[in-house]
Design a protein around this ligand. Structure first.
Ligand code: CP
Length: 299
């Protein structure tokens, strides 16, 4: 079995294989024919990731079991490891896990005969989000080599930024961050920290991130956030005509991004959501194959 816990588990070759396979699924339409059972274990709320993993598994022809945390024995104190061993005993092949905290230590190095996919964990990583972001950029620009990508906002608490750092850099993009100093991460000094008003005119991709209040130790005042660090109508007007506006969602309209930017033809926000299905199909397929490299869906 193969698992996807961190984007750092993925070599450039594997990233390219997954994106190629995602494109093959996008070109093919419904496929089916895959055996296996997937369970989504979401210990933190989600709309896009939860539903797109379900869509992806169904389009592959896999069985999808519902696991509602509040109605499960996790609510009676069962550990995640015991839950996963129970799923393994039931014959589940893939467990897709979303967690409020960083990737649960108790499952690291455990000897389970099922694949684990990180569907977003605390501020650690969200590898399938970064893959779909890369896929969306690649569809538009053909290649990420030399592309300037500016990620703006609450980088300190962003698992999306951390996964994108590895995946976009592996594919040759130049990544830079911007936002308020309080959201500047201590652990990523290698990434340039730039002024948004300078970056907006030269960047090829502007990725806006939500202020993640739920991960802040104390209340954060956002009364002037939009004007200072958001994608306002004025900044939108200065963005390159061929630039892309991206956002992993969920969006807080009028905080990190204005409604006009969401509706602008350069916005990829809903395209990112639909691309998430094909990317997750490719990831599920890769996990089921035990991560055997080199096998193309279209071959
Ligand atoms: N982008 C993302 O992870 O969205 P959800 O929280 O809705 O899954």
């Amino acid at each position: 079995m193969n698992s996807l816990v961190s984007s750092k588990n993925l070599s450039r070759h594997t990233i390219e294989l997954l994106l190629q396979n995602a494109q093959a699924y996008a070109d093919k339409g419904p496929v089916g024919g895959h055996q296996g059972t997937v369970v989504n274990l979401f210990f933190e709320h989600s709309t896009r990731t939860d539903l797109s993993f379900q869509m992806a598994a169904q389009r592959l022809g896999m069985r999808v079991l519902n696991f509602a945390v509040a109605h499960s024995s996790a609510s009676k104190g069962e550990t995640l490891l015991d839950t996963l061993e129970t799923l393994e005993a039931l014959g589940v092949d893939v467990a897709v896990i979303r967690h409020k905290m960083d990737w649960p230590k108790e499952v690291e190095g455990c000897n389970l005969n099922l694949s684990l996919i990180n569907a977003g964990s605390g501020i650690f990583e969200h590898p399938t989000q970064a893959l779909l972001d890369a896929f969306t950029m690649r569809q538009h620009f053909g290649s990420l080599r030399g592309l300037k990508v500016t990620i703006v906002g609450d980088i300190r608490h962003s698992r999306v930024a951390r996964s994108n750092l590895h995946i976009l850099t592996e594919l040759g993009a130049q990544l830079q961050f911007s936002g308020p100093d309080i959201f500047r991460p201590d652990d990523l000094p290698e990434v340039p920290w730039v002024d948004l008003d300078k970056a907006v005119e030269e960047t090829n991709v502007l990725m806006m991130l939500r202020v993640q209040h739920e991960r802040h130790a104390q209340n954060t005042d956002i009364s002037t956030y939009h004007e200072q660090y958001g994608l306002t109508e004025q900044r939108l007007a200065r963005l390159r005509a061929d630039a892309l506006v991206m956002h992993p969602g969920p969006v807080n309209r009028g905080v990190e991004i204005c409604t006009a930017a969401m509706e602008d033809p350069r916005s990829q926000i809903l395209k990112q959501v639909s691309n998430g299905v094909e990317v997750r199909m490719a990831v599920l397929d890769w996990c089921l194959q035990g991560g055997k490299h080199g096998k193309l869906v279209s071959a």
